[in-house]
Write a protein that binds this ligand. Structure first.
Ligand code: ACO
Length: 311
């Protein structure tokens, strides 16, 4: 396959479809990113699921359950999009990609290795985590691989509902008692830096960015998206009456952007290496579900096989 021709094709904003000829490194880059993205969606259900039984009202419980179900749906679209790239040489079938996550070989977003300790954390996850996810995923709607870009359109619509439900939880707490407002501030204090880390390492330390941008998978850099997230989120925090936990945060009149402090990159590396507060717990929960619910999958497969025989 002529790589220059392929690059010219994607750089002219043409979409690549599953049966098209594509360079191996393009296929691998997509399988890596789409499957990691899918893992993030399904592992991301765990911190929130922990609060379904403790949601403070029926309305909150229903919204939280709907949101968590959406995340399972996002995982499904993304595993299905990854599977369209399976060609034997680059394995991308669901069992392989899922087991790469269970074995710890494949990454998922660092943010889901932090615990949700209070109800305000559910608000902070919606506002900051889903807010950061949208910032990244709006650009991914324009990526060059058809099934991935189309999956992102629906995911982004649902993520924006998630962001609003989180912000509304925090708004209620911030307009409530002194203790409720303190709970909201505490959630912001703990989730601020991990949310900024979701965008990945700085551009000069990001090994995949250059190729990904050339192939039009990533359309904007980690730092550019992180900056845009800070610029919109600071004002949302001010509206809530909350303080961003960063003494270096200040508006730069010349650049028209907020300047912010250095991220705790050592902590980011620790989380990526499996040593974050909840890495082990998250993987063990997923492995346990795989073990204990294997019979459901087997029964469904046996039923499907029987139906096929009956046709
Ligand atoms: N958490 C875990 N791993 C990360 C993170 C993070 N926040 N940021 C970067 N990494 C990993 C990368 O996956 C890469 O690892 P690998 O080479 O072993 O696969 C490594 O760190 C180096 O980073 P980059 O070269 O910058 O990686 P990349 O170009 O893939 O950019 C990014 C990272 C921005 C996360 C990109 O993969 C992406 O846009 N992914 C799709 C969106 C996504 O997965 N979002 C997760 C949250 S979705 C949700 O909230 C449910």
């Amino acid at each position: 396959m002529n790589k220059d021709k392929f690059l010219a094709y994607v750089q002219a904003e043409q979409k690549v479809e599953p049966k098209d000829v594509m360079p191996d490194d393009y296929r691998k880059l997509l399988v890596r990113q789409i499957s990691q993205h899918a893992h993030s969606e399904v592992v991301g259900m765990l911190p929130e699921a922990n609060w379904i039984t403790r949601a403070p009202s029926l309305r909150r419980k229903m919204a939280l359950m709907a949101k968590i179900q959406d995340e399972a749906g996002h995982g499904l679209y993304l595993y299905a999009a990854a599977e369209t790239l399976n060609n034997g040489e680059v394995p991308a079938d669901r069992d392989t990609t899922y087991h790469d996550m269970l074995s710890g070989k494949a990454k998922y977003s660092s943010i889901f290795n932090y615990p949700a300790l209070s109800w305000a954390d559910i608000g902070a996850i919606g506002w900051l985590v889903d807010g950061a996810a949208i910032m990244n995923q709006v650009m991914l709607m324009g990526n060059s691989y058809g099934p991935y870009s189309r999956a992102m359109v629906r995911i982004c619509k649902e993520e924006s509902f998630h962001q609003r439900q989180g912000y509304e939880i925090l708004m209620t707490l911030c307009r409530g008692t002194k203790e409720q407002k303190e709970m909201a501030q505490d959630a912001l204090n703990r989730f601020w830096w991990p949310a900024l880390m979701m965008f990945g390492p700085n551009d000069d330390a990001s090994p995949n960015s250059q190729k990904s941008m050339a192939y039009r998978v990533k359309r904007e850099s980690n730092d550019a998206l992180r900056q845009r997230f800070v610029d919109v989120t600071v004002e949302q925090a001010e509206f809530l009456g909350l303080k961003i936990p960063d003494d270096k945060l200040r508006w730069n009149e010349e650049t028209k952007h907020y300047e912010f402090g250095e991220l705790p990159w050592d902590e980011f590396m620790e989380v990526l290496q499996g040593n974050g507060p909840c890495n082990k717990k998250r993987l063990e929960t997923k492995r346990k579900a795989q073990r204990e619910h294997a019979w459901v999958k087997e029964a469904a497969m046996a039923y499907a096989a029987k139906q096929r025989l009956a046709v």
